[in-house]
Design a protein around this ligand. Structure first.
Ligand code: KIV
Length: 261
C-alpha cells in the first residue's frame, strides 16, 4: 500500500503553491518524530554517515547500512512518502549494479530512491523499470572531494549549468529534485521553469519545498551547517534530562517504590 502522501500528491502541492515539508529520518525515533510532525516526505539520507555514525563525510556509507535504515523507517512511516538515498559508489558505474541497488532499497520499503548528479540515462532506465527517482543537484555531498570542500555551487554562469541539468533530469523522469547550497536566485529560477517540485536545502525560499537533516533542525548535532536552523535545542534539553536521572541515582531518590516491583 502506498503511504498517504504520494508522488502525485507532491505535484498537486506544487500546483497549489503549498510548500512541501521534507526531513531526514534514520531510525524509530526520527521516523516517529517525522510522522508526528506530519511532514510530506521522509528521506532516509546517507547523511546518516554524519549524524548517526559521526563521520566527516557521507562517502563511507554502504548499501547494507542504507537497506538497514530504510527498512526501519519505511516500516514505521504511514503518512510521508519514503525516499532512500543510493549511497556513494552504488550507482555511478555499471548500470546493472545501480539497478540491483535501487531494487534493494525498494524491497526494504522505500517508495522512491534519490541519487546525486546528472545521471540521465540511468534515471531513465530506473524509471522505466518502475522505480521512482528523486534527483539532487548543486552541492552534492558525495562529490565533496571533487568540489574541494563544502562549497556553494551555481554562482555566476555556473547557475546556467545547474539549470540545464535540472531540465535534463526532469526530461529523464525524476519526480522531484533536491537543490542544495546554491544562490536563491538560481534555485528560484529553476523552480519556475520546472513542472516537477524542487526541494531546497540552503537554496532559498523560492523552492517548492524544503528539506533539513533532522538532527540539525532538532539541535541534536554538535556541528550546525550555515543553512540549517535549530528549532529546538535538543542536545541541551536531553542532556539536562539525563543529568536529572544521574543526580537522582546518586542521591538515591530514584527509584522509588513506584518504580520498583
Ligand atoms: O543525505 C541527506 O540527508 C540529503 C539531504 C541533505 C538532502 O541528501
Amino acid at each position: 500500500m502506498p503511504n498517504q502522501v504520494t508522488i502525485r500528491h507532491l505535484r498537486q502541492l506544487k500546483a497549489a503553491g503549498t510548500p512541501i515539508v521534507c526531513v531526514t529520518a534514520y531510525d524509530q525515533l526520527t521516523a516517529t518524530l517525522a510522522e508526528r510532525a506530519e511532514v510530506d516526505l521522509v528521506l532516509v539520507g546517507d547523511s546518516l554517515g554524519n549524524v548517526v555514525q559521526g563521520k566527516p563525510t557521507t562517502l563511507p556509507v554502504t548499501m547494507a547500512e542504507m537497506v538497514y535504515h530504510t527498512e526501519i523507517v519505511a516500516r514505521l512511516t504511514q503518512r510521508a512518502l519514503v525516499v532512500a538515498d543510493l549511497p556513494f559508489g552504488s550507482y555511478g558505474g555499471d548500470p546493472s549494479v545501480a539497478f540491483e541497488n535501487a531494487v534493494a532499497l525498494m524491497k526494504a520499503g522505500a517508495q522512491a530512491v534519490k541519487l546525486e548528479g546528472p545521471y540521465t540515462e540511468l534515471i531513465q532506465s530506473l524509471v522505466a523499470a518502475g522505480i521512482p527517482v528523486m534527483g539532487h543537484l548543486g552541492f552534492t555531498p558525495q562529490s565533496v572531494h571533487a568540489f574541494g570542500g563544502f562549497r556553494v555551487q551555481g554562482r555566476g554562469e555556473d547557475g546556467d549549468r545547474i539549470a540545464g541539468e535540472a531540465m535534463a533530469l526532469q526530461e529523464a523522469g525524476v519526480f522531484a529534485v533536491v537543490l542544495e547550497l546554491m544562490p536563491a536566485t538560481v534555485a528560484g529560477e529553476i523552480t519556475k521553469k520546472l513542472d516537477i517540485p524542487t526541494i531546497g536545502i540552503g537554496a532559498g525560499v523560492g523552492c517548492d519545498g524544503q528539506i533539513q537533516v533532522i538532527h540539525d533542525a532538532l539541535g541534536l548535532a554538535d556541528f550546525k551547517p550555515k543553512h540549517a536552523k535549530t528549532f529546538v535545542s535538543g542536545l541541551e534539553l536531553l542532556a539536562d534530562g539525563l543529568k536529572g536521572y544521574s543526580q537522582e541515582v546518586r542521591a538515591r531518590t530514584f527509584p522509588t517504590d513506584e518504580h520498583s516491583s
